[in-house]
Design a protein around this ligand. Structure first.
Ligand SMILES: [Zn+2]
Length: 221
């Protein structure tokens, strides 16, 4: 078992991956921008990042989250201040992430780090918005596609839509927000649960329109 401590994280690798040092450097470089968005200088106390093999990860998901599905390859457990993630090899072997690689693995840890930061300022964040920030701020970029006919209110029960486009929809909403509002206003939405909930339907509609515009603009080029 390899244990490495950084400013905000304690990496505990149970699987002896060869790329851990590079992962730590990569993640470390990205932490500042995320902390800045949340107006944090550091995490109050360090979070653990546990790199696990498949069986162990699956068992923990079932035990602590009640279920495991094959899109799940990493998870932030705020109650234990721990991020648990499958190593790249096991993601490819056992999950639907057949294209897992070094870059995606790092982005995934950064994604979970966003959840860690968000939990510092709001323990009961709205999940679709939490995923919107996590996918966007970790640069888990994905191509836009027309979502005019999608009922985005489904995001309100995120677990049911997670494997059916939920992460993409959340990412699209974040793109709409960061491209159309000052970061300060996005942060206001992040820290004020009631404000966010009152504006959700408006944001869903505006995102659909904006994505369609973006696709039209790109189509004309
Ligand atoms: Zn997430």
């Amino acid at each position: 078992m390899n244990i490495t401590e950084t400013n905000n994280l304690i990496f505990i690798d149970h699987t002896n991956i060869s790329y851990l040092t590079d992962v730590i450097l990569n993640v470390d470089e990205q932490e500042v921008d995320i902390l800045n968005f949340f107006r944090l200088s550091e995490l109050k106390t360090k979070w653990k990042v546990e790199v696990l093999p498949f069986e162990e990860f699956k068992t923990i998901m079932i035990e602590k989250r009640g279920r495991y599905e094959d899109y799940m390859s990493g998870c932030a457990f705020s109650e234990e201040r721990t991020i648990r993630i499958l190593n790249i090899e096991d993601q490819i072997k056992y999950t639907k992430h057949k294209d897992a690689d070094f870059e995606k693995f790092c982005k995934q840890i950064v994604h979970e780090f966003v959840h860690a930061c968000y939990a510092e300022i709001l323990p009961n964040a709205v999940q679709w918005f939490n995923e919107a920030l996590a996918t966007f701020l970790s640069h888990q970029d994905r191509d836009f596609y027309d979502i005019s006919d999608v009922d985005l209110t489904g995001l309100k029960v995120f677990n049911e839509i997670a494997s059916k486009g939920g992460y993409s929809y959340s990412y699209f909403i974040a793109c709409y927000l960061f491209n159309n509002y000052p970061e300060e206003e996005v942060f206001e939405l992040a820290k004020d649960r009631d404000l966010l909930i009152s504006k959700s339907n408006f944001l869903f509609d505006e995102t659909k329109k904006w994505i369609k515009e973006q696709l039209n603009i790109r189509g004309k080029k």
